[in-house]
Ligand binder design. Structure first.
Ligand code: ZN
Length: 555
């Protein structure tokens, strides 16, 4: 046995010694790259965009943004997330790797790491340093994502000649989409800095175009009054501006228009206030345009990849909720930013030379307190009461107050050492807990890790749980609450479930190689990456489980 292990190490060592050194970044014009491929792929993720934001606000959109993509491109109208939990980290990883947390390993935004016995952040990495700021906001990399993105496969296919750049206000929205081989990922650092930063994972200092952008007072210019784009009386697609279901900003009594951002800045973490306004999306668009110019993306026949994630939509949704005037205005303004961005691509890369897809990282629930006012079953989970009852149960049943290591993301992580020392069987403990918790109010389903690892669910919410369950990283017990029951404050929307309000999101394809049309056939998020890979004729992301949506590709 020892000999076999030694041999294995020897083989691994040889493999790592032979690993290819980085090839030159210089572009080689004598490549046999497919001349009919798009010069640039732009992946757009709109954070927390529900499908019905396309239809509800349709009359308010112009012809150059969302509607241009719908009218000239392909609209997948029944597109869903196919796993739980529907959070930002897993969402971005799934869009670009073409698979689910089961395989890519991004099981939450934060999760409990069973090995180091502590919470970890999906993009956190203490082995790298910040670039562009003195604080630790740049200690980030994609190292926890276990599989490749289509951008990674494009880098491999083009011998590093096709570039990949990731951009988002949120670090994870920039880092995970761009993948492991990205030339750069940039995200916004608010507080008193208001600048775009990165990490030493990508580079040791910011390129000139980024420093120039940071010193151009671009962020400052958006610290202005946020009022509605059109007369607020025409916003008939959202509820009244003043209601009981919205959070609002510190320093202002009512969550009503207008918002004086320069005045509110100091009470709301400085430049971070921009994140929670549509101007965060405008700033992202400005920066994406500078990235295309600064990095000369889409200027030759070797396909480049730009991933842009619009995060402000999520902050606004969390603060004001799905039916707010603020959400409607944010989407009206995002539509204008998209129009500006597409027009720029037309002139810079050339109309017909680039391909865009637009989707979301998850949807959002209507504010439960609002749903209650509409008599729809919904509510808030009282975690305190549940915790006490559960602790009493464990004490009585197992004579231990130390059986639980962590509870996070609706999962329970058991203390395996303690279970061993008590002479208990882990599967028996899991099953006993499942039977206990299923009796609790508003807990609709409970599964053990044992069930997740040994069953094969193909339909229903169980299959979504299984697609989100990673045997190595996930917990021992997995809980599902009743529909529209959330652990959250009484104002604003959140997300995370496998229900339609969280899973149903837009999927639009537009531009080079894309046919015009629409479908009501069900598509799922992991279909995006293999579809883009097929369009480019490159290898699929290494663990991709989605299908190629042949219907969207021009024959
Ligand atoms: Zn969110």
């Amino acid at each position: 046995m020892k000999a076999i292990i030694n041999l294995l190490f020897a083989v691994l060592f040889v493999i790592s010694c032979n690993a290819q050194t980085k090839t030159s970044e210089e572009k080689n014009t004598s490549t046999n790259a497919n001349k009919s491929n798009p010069k640039l792929i732009v992946g757009i993720v709109v954070d927390q965009m529900r499908y019905d934001y396309l239809t509800r606000f349709e009359s308010k959109y112009g012809n150059g943004g969302f509607k241009r993509m719908i009218n000239d491109g392909f609209n997948c109208k029944n597109n869903h997330f196919n796993y739980i939990p529907t959070y930002t980290g897993p969402g971005h990883a799934s869009v670009y790797t073409g698979t689910t947390p089961k395989n890519h390993g991004i099981i939450g935004n934060n999760w409990y790491d069973k090995e180091i016995k502590d919470m970890v952040y999906c993009a956190g990495d203490d082995n790298v340093s910040s670039v562009g700021t003195k604080d630790d906001a740049g200690h980030m990399s994609p190292h926890r994502m276990k599989t490749t993105t289509f951008g990674d496969e494009n880098r491999l296919f083009t011998q590093n000649q096709g570039k990949t750049i990731g951009i988002s206000l949120k670090d994870r929205g920039a880092i995970l989409p761009a993948g492991h081989t990205a030339n750069a990922a940039y995200w916004f650092h608010g507080r008193d800095e208001g600048s775009w930063i990165t990490s030493t994972f990508y580079m040791n200092e910011l390129p000139k175009w980024v420093s120039d952008f940071n010193t151009s007072q671009s962020a400052e210019s958006y610290l202005k009054v946020w009022d509605t784009y059109y007369d607020i009386s025409t916003y008939t697609e959202s509820g009244s501006d003043e209601n009981a279901f919205e959070g609002g900003f510190k320093g202002k009594d009512k969550a009503t228009f207008p918002y004086d951002l320069a005045m509110l800045k100091n009470d709301n973490r400085g430049f971070d206030i921009l994140k929670a306004t549509p101007y965060g999306n405008s700033l992202t668009t400005d920066f994406a345009i500078e990235a295309i110019k600064g990095e000369q993306l889409g200027q030759d026949d070797i396909t480049d990849v730009l991933t842009v994630s619009y995060s402000s939509t999520d902050y606004v949704g969390h603060n004001f909720g799905v039916s707010s005037k603020e959400i409607e205005d944010t989407y009206i303004r995002l539509d204008k930013d998209l129009e500006r961005f597409l027009k720029f691509l037309d002139t810079q890369v050339g109309e017909g030379n680039y391909t865009v897809f637009l989707t979301a990282d998850h949807g959002a629930v209507e504010v439960p307190s609002y749903l209650q006012s509409m008599k729809i079953p919904s509510g808030y989970l009282d975690n305190k009461e549940t915790k006490t009852r559960f602790a009493n149960y464990l004490n009585t049943k197992f004579k231990s107050s130390n059986l639980i290591e962590n509870v996070s993301n609706n999962q329970i992580f058991l203390n395996r050492k303690q279970i061993d020392s008590l002479g208990l069987n882990i599967n028996d403990v899991q099953e006993a807990i499942v039977n206990e918790l299923i009796g609790y109010k508003h807990i609709e389903k409970v599964f053990s890790a044992q069930t997740m690892a040994t069953s094969n669910f193909t339909t229903g919410i169980e299959s979504l749980l299984q697609n989100g369950y990673n045997q190595k990283r996930s917990g021992d017990i997995i809980l599902l609450s009743d529909p529209a029951y959330i652990s959250y404050g009484k104002t604003g929307s959140t997300h995370g479930s496998g229900l339609n309000y969280d899973t149903h999101v837009p999927l639009l394809f537009f531009g080079k190689g894309i046919t015009h049309g629409e479908t009501y056939d069900k598509t799922v998020i992991p279909d995006i990456a293999p579809t883009i890979s097929a369009l480019l004729g490159i290898s699929f992301p290494n663990a991709s489980t989605g299908e190629v949506l042949g219907i969207v590709i021009e024959k």
